[in-house]
Design a protein around this ligand. Structure first.
Ligand code: C2E
Ligand code: MG
Ligand code: MG
Length: 599
């Protein structure tokens, strides 16, 4: 049989502090009012530094462990529910963390097992600190991750912006030439694989140069934006618009079955652009009908566009093979033209003009001639526009004026020539700021009588800077020179020009004259009216391109002052003109002899 003292020895041998207590009842209320210590082992005495002893009330001694813990409540709860209650707290006693487990396993007793959990608490604290540091780190990490994400997003946005800028035009936001190059390469690739077709339309805006010059670049930019917005509305997944540079735009249409689809697109473009108040000219090329190469497709659509520009703007036409031949010829002439300037191959011919009433010589129009060994005679109607494009018309025009003045001087001296030599002046020449000064220098240098000189201008050069042109023409008139308006009837034929320009002569274009003997009398009526009106304004009149006696008769009837044409004399080289000036009438090249048409 194990004795009580043996149990106590066993309990004393246990390292965990243990206390056993039994309840004390308030008889009147029949409730536990306290516990009395029955036993405490040595470990507990050591832990509590002998403050606890047998028979002490738990409420008296236990508060030294912690005043804030309701010991009585814990004891009662444990005693009544027979469930263990656990409590951890920081003890005033020994300044350590203590865990107390209150048990009711002994019948009628409670047993308090006390353990020093400072180490646990320390570890717990360490763990908590570690967790906090971890949380802080995680926070930091997530902040830097957010920062990183933000930076990444910024880089992404920047990248997107750079990408957009690389492939878009800044003014119109349409795709640019770089993107076009990619798209056409992929379109060719796709069409080649699928044996498909696609087409491109290249357009430019009619008259944008005039807007830029007269209203400024901002107004021009506005037109470009307007055109771009219109084209963008026509875009689809398979049809894209590009700004190619300057006022050139391209639409690449990959969803076509036949050429008709391109025609439909072109017509839509024209009508939409017209609705936006613009006019465009353009050309179409189709893969693989015209070529299977990107550069050729572009070149050919551009050729078709150039053709439209020359033959009447405001249209879009398909490329045709003859255009390529024409273009090559044009390139050839352009090449030869720049070389010709250096090699003195031009000649100046003179076409006589006659007074209708008297039949006497009025004077000559100086007309440039160019003979090339490969190409033969090249008409000024072909090479003057090219010389204007390349601005070679300026040195060429200078040469014409020089040669005309030199010839005039010789004729004045040799033949007492008292007639007029008229010289065609290109708009580019007249627009030069030093044109008048240079003209005065030349006139003085050759010492000619300025009254023998007449400059021929066309209405085309009056559209831009009318006032400035009028001012220059006035200065020319003040010098005593004549000014004639050439090709009247082919341009705007504005009667207003006749009032504001300081003209001396009006030349009625040959297109009118060639029809004046027609039955309906339309051209005849107009010519008669022009002659009558112009004569009233005090101007001299010259009918150009008079080829038949019937035309001459009509002009006589209309009181037209002068005639110029193959009937009375073709443009001739200087030596023939001189023979004529000497009185040799057989020298005059007329429509009846066998001179080449190109002369
Ligand atoms: P334009 O100034 O109207 O010159 C008259 C043109 O009509 C000349 O053509 C002349 O040969 C042609 N012609 C004259 N009579 C007749 C005729 O009875 N029937 C026909 N069918 N034609 C006739 P050309 O010499 O070929 O010159 C064409 C145009 O080239 C000129 O038209 C002028 O605009 C320009 N041009 C000629 N020489 C010069 C020049 O030295 N400078 C500039 N800037 N332009 C010039
Ligand atoms: Mg002329
Ligand atoms: Mg003319």
């Amino acid at each position: 049989m194990i004795k009580d003292s043996d149990y106590k020895r066993v309990l004393d041998a246990i390292a965990s502090p243990i206390l056993i207590a039994f309840p004390l009842y308030d008889q009147s209320k029949n409730e536990i009012k306290d516990f009395e210590i029955e036993y405490l082992n040595e470990a507990l005495s050591n832990l509590t530094q002998n403050l606890f002893s047998v028979h002490m009330k738990l409420s008296e001694c236990i508060k030294d462990l912690s005043e804030t813990v309701h010991w009585l409540q814990i004891g009662v709860e444990c005693f009544l529910t027979k469930r263990s209650v656990e409590k951890s707290f920081y003890s005033n006693l020994g300044s350590c963390w203590i865990r107390i487990v209150v048990n009711s396993m002994l019948d009628g007793y409670i047993c308090l097992t006390v353990s020093d959990i400072s180490k646990d608490k320390e570890n717990e604290q360490k763990l908590r600190n570690q967790n906090m540091r971890l949380a802080a780190l995680t926070d930091e990490l997530s902040t830097s991750r957010n920062d990183l994400k933000k930076k990444f997003n910024n880089i992404q946005t920047l990248n997107d912006q750079l990408q957009f800028a690389a492939y878009h035009d800044t003014l119109t936001n349409l795709y640019n030439r770089a993107w076009y190059n990619k798209c056409i390469a992929s379109a060719i690739d796709k069409a080649a694989r699928n044996r498909g077709k696609f087409g491109l339309v290249i357009i430019d805006i009619d008259g944008i140069k005039a807007v830029n010059d007269s209203q400024g670049l901002k107004a021009g930019d506005e037109l470009l934006r307007k055109a771009a917005a219109t084209l963008r509305r026509l875009e689809s997944d398979t049809c894209k618009a590009f700004r190619f540079g300057g006022d050139e735009f391209i639409m690449l249409n990959e969803s076509i079955v036949s050429r008709m689809d391109m025609k439909i697109l072109a017509d839509t473009m024209l009508s939409q652009v017209k609705a936006a108040g613009l006019s465009i000219s353009g050309g179409i090329s189709v893969y693989p009908d015209d070529s299977d190469k990107a550069e050729d497709l572009l070149k050919y659509s551009d050729m078709a566009k150039s053709e439209v520009k020359v033959s009447g703007k405001g249209r879009i036409e398909f490329f045709e093979k003859v255009m390529k031949e024409k273009f090559l010829q044009k390139m050839n002439i352009e090449n030869k033209l720049s070389k010709a300037m250096d090699s003195n191959v031009f000649q100046l011919y003179f076409q006589p003009q006659f007074d209708v009433a008297s039949g006497l010589l009025r004077g000559f129009e100086a007309l440039i001639r160019w003979y090339d060994e490969d190409l033969g005679w090249i008409s000024p109607e072909k090479f003057i526009p090219l010389a204007e494009e390349s601005r070679l018309v300026i040195p060429l025009g200078d040469w014409v004026i020089d040669t005309a003045l030199k010839t005039l001087k010789e004729w004045e001296d040799k033949y007492s020539f008292d007639g007029i030599i008229s010289v065609n002046v290109s708009p580019l020449q007249l627009r030069r700021s030093d044109f008048i000064d240079e003209l005065i220098k030349k006139v003085n240098c050759y010492g000619v009588d300025v009254r023998h000189l007449e400059l021929e201008i066309t209405e085309g050069m009056l559209i831009e800077n009318l006032l400035e042109t009028v001012e220059k023409l006035k200065q020319i008139r003040d010098m005593g020179m004549g000014i004639s308006l050439d090709d009247f009837g082919t341009g705007y034929s504005s009667l207003r020009y006749l009032q504001i320009l300081p003209l001396t002569t009006l030349k009625i274009d040959k297109s009118f004259i060639s029809n004046i003997s027609a039955k309906d009398g339309f051209e005849a009526d107009i010519t008669e009216s022009i002659v009558s009106l112009v004569s009233k304004l005090g101007l001299d009149t010259i009918a150009e391109g008079v080829e038949t006696p019937a035309q001459l008769d009509m002009l006589k009837k209309f009181n037209c002052h002068n005639v110029q044409g193959f009937l009375k004399g073709k443009p001739m080289p200087v030596d023939l003109c001189e023979r004529m000036l000497k009185g040799d009438t057989s020298a005059v090249l007329t429509i009846n002899n066998n001179t080449p048409e190109s002369l």
